[in-house]
Design a protein around this ligand. Structure first.
Ligand code: PLP
Length: 496
């Protein structure tokens, strides 16, 4: 009699996993499918052209009682899932921060899913623990960061920054880990400082850590959207006079709206003067420091207490992988380590256990994909790609600059261009004309996005609606940048 556990039918075996033969067959099919996807991706609309609720309505509302054939499942990926995707891997994806996966990164994800490691303790994941330490030190060297900074992988920058601020708070020695913050008359108002242009994840971290939104003081920025160091110093002095406890500053290298760079060297001096923790959010732009001639963007960061960079933004790493570099791993550990008896191991004093440094117990084997990416492209290969993105952004900016009906809205230190259409518009007063220009730019953006040929996003700068073109996809070439410029001009001609 055959073993039912090994019996493979159209709808899978009665027990156990898919047979190895079937896995091999479907695995080849899926790799072929992905190859075709990349080969033909430009035929797909970048922005999903569906209405809200359309996919939900096309899916069964209850699960299948019996297993289904893999062929049927894959056919539905084509039929239902692909049309409902916004294609982040499309070379004309220019919205938000354009990012991309890469072939070695996909292979790393595939292997990681097969190993299915839970990186909580060294013994549950020696390879993951030790590879992470090595590969993050490679990345640190590639960015020219100080050797006193130790790397640790989280999923996203939001989570990395939250852990950094928790470690900073642990450093104030107010027994917050033990006694919490609520109901304590002995605690002053703890304050964190970040610029008006800082990412919303900093405010969310403050909320999550129980510091309250009033625990974050937003510092004004200058005409180029960089934190005013002088205003920071004054705000800290003022708060101290009021009896508050300033304990952490978050500087940004590469802000979300414009990619501006806060004056980290001046900010670090202020932090040292007041014995405060400096966390640098370089989630987007930190990767650019792997380009030797761009290393200066991290000027001052060698003295930071912590620093976050997202390889999943601009280092061709499939989402998600964020790295927190921290100078005080002891404080990070003190904030989060809790070892119940069932997790105690004989080697725990000699090794790093991932669960000691964050709220998660198990952690994915994310370092594998980054290791494969760095090995496959090499430091020079990665730098060449980022350098090319910056060149393409400057090229696009030169067209904007030369066109009388368009204007640049912010400097471009990296590969993000902020710009807007500014033709003559009729209007009774300045306010009315400003409203019309905002509406025009918004209509241009929706018009371009509606073609499916490119995808842009926007922000507001000095109360004006501004378009953002971010170049960061590994497949983007000059041809795609030329095409989006044509599309923008077509829309402008149509609307004016
Ligand atoms: N910090 C900056 C400067 C960002 O631009 C972003 C996202 O774009 C984040 C943090 C948040 O990144 P994540 O999605 O990894 O949490």
């Amino acid at each position: 009699m055959s073993d039912p556990g090994n019996r493979t039918t159209d709808s899978g075996p009665a027990l156990g996993d898919m047979s190895v033969e079937e896995f091999r067959r479907h695995g080849h099919q899926i790799v072929n499918w992905i190859s075709d996807y990349f080969e033909n991706i430009e035929k797909l609309p970048v922005l999903a052209q569906i209405e809200p609720g359309e996919l939900k309505a096309a899916l069964p509302s209850s699960p299948p009682p019996q297993g289904e054939a893999m062929e049927a499942i894959l056919a539905d990926v084509d039929r239902l899932i692909v049309p409902a995707l916004t294609h982040w891997s499309h070379p004309s994806f220019f919205a938000y921060f354009a990012t991309s996966t890469s072939a070695p990164g996909i292979f790393g994800e595939l292997l990681s899913a097969a190993f299915d490691v839970k990186g909580m303790l060294w013994r549950t994941s020696p390879a993951s623990t030790e590879l992470e330490e090595v590969v993050l030190d490679w990345l640190r060297q590639m960015m020219g960061l100080d050797a006193g900074l130790t790397g640790f992988v989280y999923d996203t920058a939001s989570v990395s920054s939250m852990h950094a601020i928790a470690a900073a708070r642990e450093g104030v020695e107010l027994r917050i880990r033990e006694e919490g913050m609520s109901g304590r008359a002995d605690l002053p108002l703890l304050r964190v400082y970040a610029s008006e242009q800082a990412h919303s994840s900093i405010e969310k971290a403050i909320i999550t850590l129980g510091l309250g939104q009033r625990g974050l003081r937003k510092i004004p920025t200058d005409a180029e959207f960089r934190m005013e160091a002088k205003a920071l110093g004054e705000a800290i002095e003022e708060d101290k006079r009021e009896g508050f406890l300033p304990f952490c500053v978050v500087a940004t290298v590469g802000t979300t709206s414009t990619s501006s760079i806060d004056p980290v060297r001046a900010i670090v001096e202020i932090c040292k003067q007041h014995t405060m923790w400096l966390h640098v959010d370089a989630a987007y732009a930190g990767s650019a420091a792997v380009v030797p001639e761009l290393r200066h963007i991290l000027d001052g960061c060698e003295r930071a207490d912590s620093f976050v960079v997202n390889p999943h933004k601009w280092l061709f790493t499939p989402f998600d992988l964020s790295v927190l570099y921290c100078r005080h791993m002891d404080l990070l550990r003190r904030a989060f380590s809790l070892v119940p008896e069932y997790l105690r191991t004989p080697e725990q004093e000699k090794v790093r256990s991932g669960s000691d440094y964050g709220i998660q117990l198990g952690r994915r084997f994310r370092a594998l994909k980054l290791w494969m990416i760095i090995r496959y492209f090499g430091h020079e290969g990665l730098a060449a790609r980022i350098r090319e993105h910056c060149r393409l952004a400057r090229l696009f900016a030169s067209w904007v600059d030369a066109a009388p009906e368009w204007e640049l809205s912010a400097p471009l230190p990296f590969a993000l261009v902020c710009f807007r259409a500014c033709p003559q518009v009729d209007g009774e007063n300045n306010e009315e004309r400003a409203r019309q220009l905002d509406a025009l730019n918004e209509a241009i953006m929706h018009g371009v996005n509606g073609t499916g040929d490119a995808f842009l996003s926007h922000t507001k700068l000095n109360d004006k609606l501004v378009l953002r073109l971010s170049i960061g996809n590994i497949r983007t070439t000059e041809k795609h940048v030329r095409r989006v410029w044509e599309l923008l001009n077509e829309q402008l001609a149509l609307l004016c």
